[in-house]
Ligand binder design. Sequence first.
Ligand code: CO
Length: 136
Amino acid sequence: MTEPLLTEVDHVAIAVRDIDAAIAFYEETFGATVVHRERVDSDGVEEALIKVADSYIQLLTPTSDDSPVARYLEKKGEGVHHVGYRVDDCAAALQSVKDHGGQVIDQAPRPGSRGTTVAFVHPKGAFGTLIELVEE
Ligand code: CO
């Protein structure tokens, strides 16, 4: 048996139109706390991370009308956008996707938010889920 490449659910990303309203919902309803906020201009998003045990809920909102998340909201509305799986080695996990005929969005690992290294896997070939591989 080889070691599993996915070590934890890092985050569930939820696309929202009004990030402050979404934060207020989680804070007021569930007593949740935002532990990190960041604008990632390269991805055209602002994110807020809410810690749940060792994982996060990642609230995502677009910062420009032509960003992928803006297009997603237009097409599908608010809701679960992608699942981030924590990995020890993003490059190795991405290579395994390629080796097994998966379709990747990022050909190589790249910088993510909060100093992580990430790569996205296309939902086509991943049973309809946009997957983010996250190396801390
Ligand atoms: Co993410």
